[in-house]
Ligand binder design. Structure first.
Ligand code: 2HA
Ligand code: ZN
Length: 270
């Protein structure tokens, strides 16, 4: 059995959480990450199934039965992940139609998965249907995206178009745009279901006055997605109060579509 601390999924998870903290996206216990693991790969590092304990999930998700996830712990600080991964992270397998999470590794102080587990798991289900290779769901609190939800209308098309206009690369990185949820109570099945519904049509979902969700095939891609949207929001917050003299036009956006082989969300460009 290989040392799990050397597993690429573990190394990447620790680096990503550390980097997210360094970006200021995950103050205190803010933010959470879940990553679907491959059973064959996991078996190189863990005796499966060696169940440490079982925790009820509080939802049903038959689609995820038997699936393994590396996930951040509830109440845990991203800042501390690198110093004690086994306490701040855990590996679970969903069982009994997704109603139970079997802890296989981690959460070593008796802890459990993130309070946003429903939003994560339901988002995985939604994204897998659109992209069978989706493995990562990431939530965090980037300052400029959050700030933008206080001063910009929350209409998804308008919000997306503003972000696209802030940096040339945005439409290439997230042509499917950004979906937006109004303020809702976090940590609930309701916000989980609403997030998953929004994940059907975009890999980014903003939670107004709270933060953002991103989904992707790996940690790098998902981090980059949020990083790009946050950069655009930063530009917006720098210029929103100034007269707009120039912009990226829809005509130029179409040139980007052609040059980079992407298709903007239907109906979002003139
Ligand atoms: O506490 O970010 O949304 C973790 C969160 C909840
Ligand atoms: Zn949050």
């Amino acid at each position: 059995m290989k040392n799990i601390m050397t597993a690429p999924f573990m190394v990447e998870m620790i680096r990503t959480a550390t980097n997210m903290y360094a970006h200021g996206w995950d103050e205190r216990n803010g933010g959470n990450i879940s990553m679907l693991l491959d059973e064959a790969e996991l078996k190189e590092y863990l005796a499966i199934p060696a169940i440490v304990r079982t925790i009820p999930t509080g939802f049903t998700a038959p689609e995820l039965d038997g699936k393994y996830f590396l996930v951040t712990g509830t109440g845990k600080y991203f800042k501390n992940v690198q110093y004690d991964p086994a306490k701040n992270l855990g590996i679970v397998r969903l069982a009994e139609n997704g109603t139970e999470a079997e802890v296989l590794w981690g959460f070593s102080d008796g802890g459990k998965f993130t309070s946003e587990f429903p939003a994560h798991m339901k988002s995985h289900i939604a994204r897998m249907k659109t992209d069978p290779e989706n493995r990562v769901v990431m939530h965090c609190h980037p300052s400029n995206l959050l700030a933008m939800t206080y001063v910009h209308e929350l209409d998804e098309k308008a919000f997306t178009r503003t972000l696209w206009q802030m940096c040339t690369e945005c439409i290439i990185v997230f042509p499917d745009g950004v979906n937006v949820l109004p303020w809702m109570l976090c940590g609930t099945n309701e916000i989980g279901e609403a997030t998953a519904e929004k994940m059907k049509t975009a890999r980014l979902v903003v939670w107004a006055q709270h933060g953002i969700y991103g989904a992707g095939r790996d940690l790098d891609e998902t981090f980059g997605l949020i990083e790009t949207a946050e950069k655009a929001a930063e530009i917006y917050m720098k210029i929103a109060h100034l007269p707009r003299v120039n912009t990226i036009t829809d005509e130029q956006m179409h040139l980007l579509e052609e040059r980079f082989g992407v298709k903007a969300r239907e109906g979002y460009l003139d």
